[in-house]
Ligand binder design. Structure first.
Ligand SMILES: Cc1cc2nc3c(=O)[nH]c(=O)nc-3n(C[C@H](O)[C@H](O)[C@H](O)COP(=O)(O)OP(=O)(O)OC[C@H]3O[C@@H](n4cnc5c(N)ncnc54)[C@H](O)[C@@H]3O)c2cc1C
Length: 459
């Protein structure tokens, strides 16, 4: 009996998807890096089922690719070596929200936005807010150490993950971590598993930290004369002691693409905008947002638009949220990158992006989480990206962007991970020794190299 028949026998009839149509959606993800059809897919419903799959797959030498909602942008959920996709998308239970201990215990398939709403209904707050929060799963967030606009004040998924139940290739299950915010007992294995891109184990339960929901939030948009002034202002705002929960930047090209969708009219010569959001006690917020607006004017803002109420705040955010969609509508092809530089170097990176764009002949648009120095740089084209000349220009532009980022003391990925998209560039940032030690860690957790093979490290 083959492994898939054995799986059917242990999981129950109809649980192992094998027909081409059913497998199609598991052969791709939002990275659009290609189609990699698996031989089969299982939608796990429990930890016990995950154990069965990982035990039988290890016994038969079958590669397994864990998958959440498939919203990843670096191809982490693509079964590049075939085998089996193990999806946790059907495990959508929120098992506990405890207001006294301020924790949530969830299954990995819970959608980020669903947890946010469930926490808020009890006066609580889960901060990590990837722009994909309506579609991405918490299992995927943990595997990628997802961030978002609010990461500037509140940190990324790792800062909110207290514990997890994880099953290793072979079927052994471990309970890692704790329920308390503090704890230094032994090595921090939770921190190691968060961000491991589904290459160490498959999570079946996650314990997340919650906070009390901030009383109120206030936002403004500062229209800056040019991206360089916007970049410089980011450091100045932080230096003056402001701690916005979000400090986002959009360059002129991004702004031009969202003009028709935005609820505000920006001056035609606006060079960039900063979207700044503060939160805290309502009494203090009004004064704080006005002081922040005044500082932006001091730093050269040509106009400051302050949200007057909640609906206004939503409209300000719409400008930022529609950015990606607007670029996709305007161009046939969009390569979205996710680099990070120290905030003092944002202005210089923006200057170099303009040069790279001019050299390559590829239009660019840059926006992102400037408070963290994390910029999404988009190279755009209406030509076929597989065409030899265009493909070569794209490759050169990406290489130049990564070199500039590293040269400025930055890093290749702030929140989207490495996956297959950036594996070939790992050695540009990290020494051969550091990469080798990471591979040894991988072998420790997955000696047969069967869990999510082909990811993070170049072959
Ligand atoms: C429009 C858009 C906007 C986005 N904005 C952001 C953003 O602001 N910030 C951000 O950080 N990301 C963003 N992303 C990227 C993406 O949403 C995140 O990487 C997200 O965390 C992926 O979650 P997922 O459930 O879709 O995971 P998938 O794409 O299914 O998988 C991602 C990785 O997680 C692993 N994995 C999934 N589930 C498990 C599990 N149970 N156990 C072990 N490994 C698992 C997979 O093997 C894979 O390596 C965006 C994506 C899109 C399409």
């Amino acid at each position: 009996m083959g492994v898939y028949e054995l799986l059917e026998r242990e999981l129950g009839g109809g649980r192992v998807l094998r027909d081409e149509a059913a497998l199609d959606s598991y052969s791709q993800d939002e990275s659009r890096l290609g189609r990699f059809p698996p031989d089969a897919a299982v939608l796990a419903r429990s930890r016990e089922e995950i154990e069965i799959v990982l035990r039988l797959a290890a016994e038969h030498g079958i590669p397994v690719t864990p998958r959440g909602a498939g919203s990843g942008l670096t191809g982490g959920a693509l079964p590049v070596r075939g085998g089996l996709v193990l999806s946790t998308e059907a495990m959508q239970g929120i098992r506990l929200i405890d207001p006294d201990d301020r924790i949530a215990i969830v299954e990995p398939g819970v959608i980020n936005g669903d947890l946010q709403r469930a926490a808020e209904a009890q006066g609580l707050f889960y901060a990590p807010d990837p722009a994909s929060l309506a579609m991405c799963s918490l299992g995927g967030n943990v595997a990628e150490n997802a961030g978002g606009p609010r990461a500037f004040k509140y940190g990324v998924t790792r800062d909110w993950t207290l514990g997890m139940t994880v099953t290793l290739m072979g079927g052994e299950t471990l309970k890692l971590g704790r329920k308390t915010p503090k704890g230094v007992t032994g090595y921090d294995l939770v921190a190691m598993f968060v961000g491991s891109e589904g290459t160490f184990g498959v999570t079946s339960e996650i314990t997340l930290r919650l906070l009390g929901k901030p009383e109120a939030a206030a936002a403004l948009i500062a229209v800056m004369p040019d991206p360089v002034a916007a970049g410089r202002s980011v450091s100045a705002i932080i230096r003056r002691g402001f701690r916005p929960r979000a400090l986002e930047l959009m360059d002129k090209a991004s702004l031009d693409h969202v003009r028709s969708k935005a609820a505000f009219t920006f001056p035609a010569n606006a060079g960039a905008i900063l979207l700044i959001e503060l939160d805290g006690e309502s009494d203090a917020l009004e004064g704080a947002i006005l002081r922040c607006g005044n500082l932006c004017e001091e730093l050269g803002a040509e106009e400051v638009i302050v949200a007057r109420d909640e609906a206004d705040r939503e409209r300000l955010w719409l400008t930022r949220r529609v950015c990606s969609v607007a670029l996709r509508e305007a161009y046939r092809w969009k390569q979205s990158e996710d680099v990070v530089v120290p905030t003092g170097s944002i202005a210089e990176l923006l200057r170099r992006i303009d040069q790279i764009s001019a050299r390559s002949g590829l239009p660019s648009a840059t926006f992102g989480h400037a408070g963290d120095g994390n910029l999404h740089v988009n190279f755009l084209s209406n030509e076929n990206p597989r065409d030899g000349d265009v493909a070569a220009r794209i490759k050169t532009a990406l290489g130049d962007l990564f070199r500039a980022t590293l040269d400025l003391g930055g890093t290749l990925s702030g929140e989207h991970g490495i996956g297959i998209a950036k594996a070939q560039y790992m050695a540009w940032e990290q020494s051969a020794e550091v990469i080798d030690w990471q591979k040894r860690l991988k072998r420790l957790w997955d000696p047969l190299g069967l869990l999510n093979p082909g990811k993070i490290f170049p072959d």
